[in-house]
Write a protein that binds this ligand. Sequence first.
Ligand code: PCA
Length: 217
Amino acid sequence: MNILLTGFEPFGGEVINPSWEVARSLHGQVIAGSTVHARCLPTTFVGAPQALADALAVLKPELVIALGQASGRSEVSIERVAVNLIDARIADNVGERPLDTPVRTDAPAAYFSTLPVKAIRDGLRAAGHPAGLSLSAGAFVCNQLFFELQHRLAGRGRMSGFIHLPALPEQAARTQPSVPSMGLAAQIDAIKLAIAISLSGDAQPAAGDPDEGGPTS
Ligand code: PCA
């Protein structure tokens, strides 16, 4: 069985993106009998969905976890919902900045993650990683990609979702030392655990039970 783990290329003037660093570190690892396939997605509104579609077609993964960087967040941030809205706060890596645009005109307003989001949060915390649920993946490329992922896999009985990661310490040091950060080794460990928990089958996806917090960015 295949696991697809995606990360994004650096964006917004950065030279590194923790999401790709984590994904590529786990490429080829076998977790609970399934193999991790890492893919680096362009941080562009046109390129990311296309690269995702290609990877899904080739790998037919049983589990997809898409990763992205969310500077300013202090915890591993397990997204619960993707919204059918693009409202870019900055330009993507080819200079596109769509505003007030649906991701898809032929789709509902939102999709829930089908990952066992609470089991992941609780398992990460128990392992010593700061983790929380988030009700907004923003309105930039990460949310668009998350929405495309959930749309493409809707009703197919496969698990998929999105996790935002804090900045790396070196990013904080370079740009703004007060920005919260988490070391790469801890981020890798956390995502490996999130995959294991998702595959364990112990937990049911917890859609539509928003008992925690508001958007964290
Ligand atoms: N984070 C951006 C896009 C790529 C990434 O890693 C986002 O949160 O939309």
